[in-house]
Design a protein around this ligand. Sequence first.
Ligand code: ADP
Ligand code: MG
Length: 601
Amino acid sequence: MSDVIQLLPDHVANQIAAGEVVQRPASVVKELLENAIDAKATHIKLIVKDSGRTLIQVVDNGIGMSVTDARLCFERHATSKIKTAEDLFNLHTKGFRGEALASIAAIAHVDVTTKRAQDELATHIKIEGSEVLSQESSAAPEGTSLAVKNLFYNVPARRNFLKSNQVELRHIIDEFQRVALVHPDVRFALFHNGTELFQLPAVPLRQRIVGIFGSKTNEKLVPISENTEIVSISGFIVKPEFSKKTRGSQFFFVNGRYIKSSYLHHAIKSAYEGLLPSGSHPGYFIYLNVPSETIDINIHPTKTEVKFEDEHSLYAILRSTAKHSLGQFNIAPVLDFDRNPSLDTNYSQQNSSPSSPKISVDTSFNPFDNSTSNFPKKPSAEGWEQLYEGLEATTPEKTETIETSLFEESQDRPLATTFQLQRKYIVSTIRSGMVLIHQHRAHQRVLYENFLRLFSSDSAPSQSLLFPLVLSYSKKEVVMLQDFRVTLEHLGFAFGVFEGETIEVLGIHSSLSESDVMEVFDTFLSNLSKDLPDHGFSLNDHFAKILAQCAAIKSGDLLDLPSQEGLVNDLFACKEPDRSPFGKPVFTTLTLDEIEKKLDA
Ligand code: ADP
Ligand code: MG
């Protein structure tokens, strides 16, 4: 038999390598920005069209390339950054594999113009699918402009794998911010479809953070700093009172690279112990510098994990440094009973009066007549009403009771059919025994179906706010939210100013309260960075879930009797009362048989 092994042609090998290096437009952004930094640029402009699908261009004023280098840089393993394996252990550049440009050129149309200071003319090269189409001299300023067009034009599978424009743009902005946060001394700009999203002048770190995350950020930051043999730490942590319900600004950089580390995150989290409202996340911008021989830098280009030699010490130092900063700026409590009570309050409830139930209740409520329910009842409620059959005799009397005055009501209500357990569950009797309802999930279900219904109606009930609610976000966040403005308006939101770093809310849907609004936006923003499944994903559904999640009464909220009954009634008028919108069980029943069995045992 003849030999069967062949060497793959370069363009095929490059395309395969590209699969690892370039997963999405944001990967190209990362590689090009890092190359510009490595080229010592002080001014870097990123221009993107259609979330990177049609164009990703980085223009820098760095050292540029010679004619030969401009040709060579698209070859695999072509790098100016290391010469020997030992160099790997003393690396001061972002790139070193010489793989990025070769990979990118294999799966896109690339256009590069580059000029060194000592050269008279610039070199202009066009490449498509690893093939050089043209090379000429041209006039251009010093530095490099590299444009990547029609990404994945020859890899349809990859192209189809891309997420929505919002998600891809969000990834691009994330990469841009990560690089910008490490190099505050470099001036950056980002344009998307002709709109300027960021213009970041060269400034000290604190101003860079503020430039990215909005002017309100300044007051939230506390500096953190420590120097030891193992590590030097600098940066900022966010004061606990500004912590968010959603994971927001959490950044670790090690030797100038953005990394993710749940281990180090835990160190910070534990430094905040007792200072954060439950369910809140700390924010931080932490820069670690460690001797390069103590970390494994030979990491995969798209991976953000890193291996440290002495993780345990790093953890301890980081934790105590963060604690120290929190304490030094008088943020940590001296003693627990001295604690600022506002810190104990659930973030979302901080500005609202304590738990007045938000569900509206019809006082002429009759639990056995679904026509009085808040929401239209589905013709067949899957047989739920029959659970109540055994109680029908009490109906008229009960209805009357609720309609009479408060004082009489309290005396004449021997037949209350619901009560609240631990401010968490509503217990109600049913024909066959009793039902235990998770109040938060039940209300989520009710609101969710209500919101879904609103999407198919013309207009949602909106209530005007007495005073406009002015919310501050970063420019990026306002841009992201802008895409959903129309949807939000359909759901009863009314806006005034909606640009720059400000969103002015003039009206909200009547089942939301003012204090929910921030949580709604925060949740929505943090969901955008997740890869929402393409399959079966519907924006309306997504929105209805977020609104329901934020607006629903919480565990811990005290509900009066009419609210309890209203909720039970509304729940069982739902299409799917037994599951929360997130698939969790809403209630459980205990039948008389089961009770008797337990008692007879
Ligand atoms: P790496 O960054 O790992 O060396 P790349 O494929 O990203 O590999 O780049 C290959 C080489 O091309 C770099 O080593 C550098 O010499 C050159 N290069 C790439 N981008 C630029 C740029 N913007 N300015 C100057 N030189 C560049
Ligand atoms: Mg590179």
